[in-house]
Ligand binder design. Sequence first.
Ligand code: UT7
Length: 317
Amino acid sequence: MNMKIKGTGSALPPKVLTNKDLEAMVETSDEWIRERTGIESRHISEKDTVASLATKACQKALENANQTAESVELIIVATCSPEMLLPCCACQVQKNLDARKAVCFDVNAACSGFLFGLQTAFAYLSAGFYRNALIVGSEVLSKIVDWEDRGTCILFGDGAGAVYVEACEETHFLSFVQGSDGSKGEVLSCNDRSLFGAQNLDRFVRMDGREVYKFATRQVPLCMEEALKKANLSVADVDFFVLHQANLRILEAISKRIGAEMKLFPYNVNRVGNMSSAAIPVLLDELNQKGVLLEGMKLVLSGFGAGLTYGACVVCW
Ligand code: UT7
């Protein structure tokens, strides 16, 4: 068995924070942020939670697929910023949707989380355990960002994206490649365990931006090439590279390294910033809603993030 994406959905909190707004908060400039990252604005949650954004994205994905929550058999939420340790976010989404039949759990692989969730669903569906699934990437990173650290606070945004998938006979997912390198965990980390009573703990996201940049521009092309090889395809066969939206410069470097034109790399990082696990499914939903994705198109999805983790998959739409 294989699986097919039957519906997509996304949700962004209404408040928009621009680079100009950030100029009043930290020592930075609109020009610096746009030049180094391509980001102009991001959405920031005031009332929304990881669970409420994930729920909205799932409702839209179900609507797009013409399905109801009662029939959903599996819900996987990818997140690294859940409000609660227990219950997991996927169980909160189940409750909000009233998807009583579903088996629910979270995965945390940071910005690669959605891809790891997708591969997990693929394994369950192709083994015949479940017939359909909702996979969601949802983040409220604004709660774990240090708004006094100009090296990180300019990058991140909040939002959620979801896909509804069904098991099928035809081969839509052509290959998956995933990887992790725990030895480099310290280059992007967050130690928010204040609830364990530790005093003076730094509870914010900390990052060695240059190391993450080097990792992304080296590892993403390698794993995309490996995924294409596994699918018996080459870069020239790909219609779109739907990549993790961390930074426009990273996308440009990757496009150069693999020899594919930048017009094959759709992006929304300029409007929404880096939304970690939500980045790929939100972009996928925007492309789907615009009608840009046509049946039979070959897409490469790929991401990288804290852990460090990385992954790619090739999909025939
Ligand atoms: O999902 C994965 C998440 N992480 C990433 O994708 C991060 C990948 N890394 C990057 O995108 C880049 O490393 C950054 C955009 C984070 C930083 O760009 P950079 O070209 O690597 O700059 P840098 O960290 O080397 O800093 C250059 C200068 C420094 O000043 P000095 O030491 O040269 O005087 C920084 O203090 O820019 C300064 N700087 C800023 N200036 C204005 C750092 N952040 C800012 C800022 N505004 N926001």
